[in-house]
Design a protein around this ligand. Structure first.
Ligand code: CTP
Length: 445
């Protein structure tokens, strides 16, 4: 019996897939089809797969060509599958020509002519109108946003607005997008807005963008007052618009995995969380010169509060701040201590003091530790009472990681709300509430 194996995502099952499977089956007597998991597709940068794994498997089965369906979870799996299933022929479409020649030590490799003019990518783009996003602000984070947005299919960066028109023009030239002097013209041309302007301007831009019927992705901290957060979310909800606070960690796969393990009971009941993020900044940066809105807490606390609020919830009993200030009266180091009904937490931020920058989640049976940069989670460990009992977890974090939040934002715009739990309105409002308490205590608002 000649055994054949082939692999694919088989998203939005189309004629190209059907013909590939038909010809793959005809190469032998028994066809095994490997269908990729969502996680594997994410890891290899295929971020916009629409159909769930079960749907994709069902579609492959429905063709009647597959004698067996397996799932493909990792990049090195093909060689072991070939050996495990005693495969004679490995086949894929001609778009992969040459890529799997290394398999020929184990079986025959056949590249089948790809069906012309059809692909999942094409269908995804046909089904969904491309969302045109415009940027407000041209700072460092906007610079990072541009290459990341290009990696998410279904979104295109239309243009940029900055009241300082020369900055907008420079940015637009660099990234080959439009620059707008007139904000009304900017709103006319875009479907969604990425707000990456100074913190204190977020609220006004969010309200303005929403009032123009635009979806909004806003950099953290979204707003600095609880009531403003409630207001923007209520307005967005009422007008059926998507509003996202862009804390990239919340959307990255490694952090999702870490939260999953933390909530699974592996370390028992969580009693203490210590999240620290420090970064030494040049003295002349906005973060260390803006006496009202600069400082370590407004800059970094969103990251540190994220695991705390995600795991302990939004109902904290008390929050207390200890700060070290520089000559300007700006906090260069802040420790926020929070108490919850069943646990305590500290969120530590530094711009002028360097510390270890670790995330620690302590429970009744063990603890999780993720070292800096845990906010771009790629690796963490679970430790127990016995010092040598350690479980290690790793996950990919690609590029600057903004692609994950952009993808989730786009999915939400397209009516897929499976990512909404990653950062809820209530959690985002809690961040604004804590920010406001801090700003008031510092007599800055
Ligand atoms: N395939 C094909 N003809 C097409 C499209 C795909 O023969 N027009 C083959 C691929 O070469 C592969 C298999 O079908 O062997 C599964 O491919 P997959 O990556 O799932 O499909 P694509 O449509 O290429 O997906 P995407 O656009 O997301 O890359």
């Amino acid at each position: 019996m000649v055994k054949v194996i082939t692999y694919g995502t088989f998203d939005l099952f189309h004629e190209g897939h059907y013909r590939l499977l038909q010809r793959a089956k005809a190469l032998g007597d028994y066809l095994i089809v490997g269908v990729t998991t969502e996680k594997y597709d994410m890891e290899r940068g295929k971020l916009n797969v629409i159909d769930a794994l079960m749907t994709r498997i069902e579609n492959v089965k429905k063709t009647g060509f597959a004698d067996e369906v397996i799932i493909e979870e990792t990049s090195g799996q093909k060689i072991s599958d070939v050996q495990k299933y005693h495969v004679d022929i490995f086949t894929v479409g001609s778009d992969w020509t040459g890529a799997f020649d290394y398999m020929s030590d184990y079986c025959r490799v056949v590249y089948l002519e790809r069906t012309k003019n059809i692909s999942s990518t094409m269908l995804r783009e046909q089904n969904r109108r491309i969302q045109k996003i415009g940027l407000i602000g041209t700072g460092r984070i906007a610079e990072r946003f541009m290459p990341e947005a290009k990696l998410v299919s279904g979104i295109s960066t239309q243009g940029v607005y900055n009241p300082r028109t020369e900055s907008a023009r420079r940015f637009a030239r660099k990234w080959e997008i439009a620059s707008y002097d007139d904000i009304e013209a900017f709103y006319r041309d875009v479907d969604a807005v990425y707000v990456a302007s100074p913190h204190q301007t977020h609220y006004a831009y969010i309200m303005e963008a929403l009032a123009h019927g635009k979806h909004v992705l806003c950099e953290k901290p979204m707003v600095l007052k609880k009531q403003q957060a409630e207001e923007v979310y209520a307005y967005a909800k009422e007008h059926r618009l998507i509003l996202f606070e862009g804390i990239k960690t919340a959307y990255c796969p490694g952090f999702e995995k870490l939260l999953g393990i933390a909530c699974s009971g592996t370390i028992g009941h969580i009693r203490y969380i210590d999240a620290c993020f420090t970064k030494l900044e040049r003295k002349d940066t906005r973060e260390l010169t803006d006496k009202k809105y600069g400082g370590s807490f407004t800059e970094l606390a969103s990251y540190c509060l994220l695991p705390v609020i995600k795991l302990f919830g939004t109902d904290y009993k008390e929050v207390h701040f200890d700060t070290i200030q520089d000559g300007n009266g700006l906090d260069v180091f802040t420790k926020a201590s929070l108490t919850f009904p069943k646990g305590i937490a500290t969120a530590t931020c530094g711009l002028g003091v360097k510390s270890e920058g670790r995330l620690l989640i302590a429970g009744t049976k063990g603890y999780i530790v993720a070292e800096a940069p845990w906010w771009k989670t790629t690796y963490f460990e679970v430790h127990y009472e016995k010092p040598d009992q350690i479980e290690k977890y790793s996950e990919r974090f690609l590029g600057d990681g903004l692609r994950y939040e952009i993808k989730d934002f786009l999915n939400m715009i397209n009516g897929n709300d499976k990512s909404a739990f990653k950062l809820t309105r209530g959690e985002s409002i809690a961040f604004a509430d804590i920010m406001e308490k801090f700003m008031k205590e510092q007599r800055r608002i």
